[in-house]
Design a protein around this ligand. Structure first.
Ligand code: AMP
Length: 172
């Protein structure tokens, strides 16, 4: 995976001082990087999956490609007031700031096996919030998929009990 790691750009002090930002755009623009990322992540996921959820915004880049490969549907989890029909909503703390996320109430069927996808796992706060949304709607979180995992922020511990697939892990 080291060749993929070399395609991730780290940007110091973005979006604010003290944050080391893991920029996936340099991986995405590389044809081998993009295809290998989707192919490898698909291999690690427990099938079958009915629905892949992408978390706005960077989860939207990976979730539809994973859904296509898994023969699943795609559901967006969005920032507030973006979804037009009735929503379920949750507020949570981020590595930087706080946020609210929403999902359409009819997006997940009872007992659906759901994969939650995002670009990066940091503290796990975002993923934990999305897990709550899915479970409130009667879905089963069959797995969580991330391109990058920041081990030192211990998101995996916060999400214990759930199957986590991540491709590129960083210890510092
Ligand atoms: P968390 O809820 O702490 O796991 O944060 C995960 C979310 O915040 C993901 O949607 C990431 O895109 C974003 N994020 C958090 N920390 C970083 C970072 N250091 N570099 C890039 N994205 C980050």
């Amino acid at each position: 995976m080291d060749n993929l790691k070399n395609m991730i750009r780290t940007v110091p002090d973005f979006p604010k001082a003290g944050i080391q930002f893991y920029d996936i755009t340099t991986l995405l623009k590389d044809p081998y990087g993009l295809r290998t990322t989707i192919d490898r992540l698909t291999e690690f996921i427990d099938k079958p999956i009915d629905t892949v959820i992408g978390i706005e915004a960077r989860g939207f880049i990976f979730a539809p490609a994973l859904a296509y490969r898994l023969g699943a549907g795609f559901v967006p989890v969005r920032k507030p007031r973006k979804l037009p029909a009735a929503t379920e909503s949750i507020s949570y703390a981020l590595e930087y700031g706080t946020d609210t996320l929403e999902i359409h109430k009819d997006a997940i069927g009872d007992g659906n096996r759901v994969l939650v996808a995002d670009d990066l796992l940091a503290t796990g706060g975002t993923a934990a919030a999305v897990i709550s949304l899915v479970e409130r709607l009667g879905g089963i979180v069959a797995g969580l998929a991330f391109v990058v995992e920041l081990n030192f922020l211990k998101g995996r511990e916060r999400l214990s009990g759930y199957k986590i697939s991540s491709l590129l892990r960083y210890d510092s």
